[in-house]
Ligand binder design. Structure first.
Ligand code: ZN
Ligand code: ZN
Length: 538
């Protein structure tokens, strides 16, 4: 009989299937190997407040289906070695400790894959069933022809790293980090023997000319909304008010099988940030409970993964159709929106062991809800490029009044702006280089992602949204909680907005909040939950 054991650790929650005779050591080993860099001498496990003895089976420990195990460990200072280590002298876990950073377990998983693209026998093959030739042998994940044939505009980030490693590190034992973050700022601590800029300058501290090209890769390939109702609820804010709306996406990153070594962002919920909305835009207001909200979501296994905003105008035809403002002849993301996206990306950095600095760009995405060429409401997903992050950090760019153009700032006493060019293929396929001063097309700063919907999320309901007082909706409070949620904990578990509110409302104890976040039905019997019910009925 197989059962599930749940684990809670500093790296998130895990659910592992096992048999009654499975040793607890095997399950723990699986998790610490995923976590990476774990100091195995510090691993401790406990269930129901009691320490667990390693070496015992699930049956011997008396675990029920769904048992929750707390796993504690510390992490080692990273070192560039590979070694074997053991837990309780028995189960061997191989841990690859690497450069001084810790990228996500997902990135480690993709690093471990080859990503070869398998091909079937082609009509040009002249060999038997067991043979292989240049027409049917597997292709590397960065193959340009495969990309062109499958209409893939950007290769995945991990395919890009593999390609760079292939050219930078030829397996002779030496290692050069294949990636370094772009840096376009002047070096104010130049060792060239002159007074620091702006009084002096030399070829060493002066940033060289920048040539912008379309970024060949993307950090995230696809955005998947795990329930379509949440997007519909979000759009309803505009339907009801005619005012634009912005939300923060909470979710996780996962492998995306449709692209070689691809990665997707799975969205579980949309948090509508405190904001003042207008019909042509909006202003973000102070977000008071940011840290608490992020912490609660971290315990749910969720993190901020992107933003979504509307740019909708009714077409005035009375059929619900909307104006298509964003297309190939106008723009997809305006210069102002790109600058905002870059700011979010600079806030949520991507840890990457292949980068010199330990970080490289961001996995944070930007989704726009606007009219498509058929006049339907549609979602489009983007990211700002890695180079654009460096341009903004060096204070070289700013938004212009033309949404399709980004301004290049001028050199001043506080800012040095190098020469900037942008290059791309013209209508004849010839590579042409243009001076980017005084402004340049925003399309050189973004990559587009695909998106889709599924119905496999943790939450099925998306009503009772926060920060919607301006719509005439009840402001979130214990008294305004719909009765159906306080009458059963199971209903509360289906709605992210309700669950997060209840977690932060201050009535439940820490232990009870943990039961809530584990969506444990035992919460119903707790003192805090009963108090919440009483207060909500007052
Ligand atoms: Zn062949
Ligand atoms: Zn210098």
């Amino acid at each position: 009989m197989s059962l599930i054991v749940r684990f809670r650790s500093r790296d998130g929650q895990f659910r592992l299937p096992c048999e009654a005779n499975t040793k607890i050591d095997d399950l723990v080993a699986e998790i610490v190997s995923k976590a990476g860099n774990v100091d195995l001498t510090t691993v401790q496990a406990s269930a129901q407040g009691k320490p667990i003895e390693f070496g015992k089976s699930i049956a011997e420990l008396g675990f029920r289906n769904g048992e929750m195990v707390n796993l504690e460990y510390t992490k080692k200072a990273p070192e560039a070695v590979t070694h074997d280590a053991t837990i309780s002298g028995k189960d061997t876990v191989q841990i690859r400790a690497t450069l001084p950073t810790r990228q996500s377990a997902l990135d480690d998983e993709l690093d471990a894959e080859e990503g070869w693209i398998k091909r079937g026998r082609s009509s040009l093959c002249r060999h038997g069933d067991k043979g292989m030739c240049e027409y049917c042998s597997p292709l590397p994940p960065w193959d340009k022809d495969y990309q062109a044939d499958h209409n893939i505009k950007h290769i995945s980030f991990h395919a890009y790293i593999k390609e760079l490693n292939e050219t930078t590190n030829k397996g002779d034992g030496s290692y050069i980090p294949p990636l370094s973050e772009s840096n376009f700022a002047i070096n104010r601590n130049c060792g060239g023997g002159h007074e620091p800029w702006p009084k002096g300058i030399c070829s060493k501290c002066q940033p060289s000319a920048i040539t912008l090209q379309r970024q060949p890769f993307r950090m995230v390939d696809h955005v998947e909304f795990l329930n379509s109702d949440m997007v519909n609820t979000f759009i309803n804010a505009w339907r009801m008010s005619g005012l634009q709306r912005i939300g923060l996406l909470f979710g996780r990153y996962a492998k995306y099988d449709k692209i070689p070594l691809g990665l997707k962002c799975e969205v579980e919920a949309i948090y509508e940030l405190p904001q003042r909305d207008e019909d042509d835009g909006l202003i973000l207001e102070k977000w008071m409970n940011e840290n608490d909200l992020i912490e609660v979501n971290r315990k749910l296994g969720l993190e901020p993964v992107g933003i979504i905003f509307t740019d909708l105008s009714d077409a005035g035809k009375g059929d619900g159709s909307v104006i298509c403002k964003r297309h190939a002849d106008s723009f997809f993301l305006s210069s102002l929106e790109i600058v905002n996206s870059i700011k979010w990306q600079l806030k949520y950095r991507n840890k990457c062991k292949w980068s010199e600095s330990g970080e490289f760009s961001s996995k944070f995405v930007t989704c726009v809800v606007s009219g498509n060429p058929s006049g339907e409401i549609d979602v489009a997903a983007y990211q700002a490029s890695e180079a654009s992050e460096a341009l903004l950090k060096a204070d070289i760019i700013c938004p212009s009044t033309h949404p399709d153009q980004m301004f290049l700032r001028e050199t001043s006493d506080t800012r040095y702006v190098p020469e900037v060019f942008y290059q791309g293929a013209n209508e004849y396929g010839v590579i042409v280089k243009h001076n980017a001063s005084p402004s340049f097309p925003v399309e050189y700063l973004i990559v587009s992602l695909t998106h889709g919907f599924s119905e496999r999320g943790m939450f099925t309901e998306s009503s009772w949204v926060e920060n919607r007082g301006y719509l005439g909706e009840p402001v979130q409070s214990i008294q305004s909680l719909p009765r159906k949620y306080t009458s059963s904990v199971e209903s509360t578990f289906t709605n992210w907005h309700v669950l997060v509110f209840v977690a932060l409302c201050g009535i439940l104890s820490t232990e009870e909040v943990n039961l809530l976040l584990q969506r444990d039905p035992n919460l119903a019997e707790s003192h805090g939950w009963k108090t919440l019910r009483t207060v909500s009925e007052m």
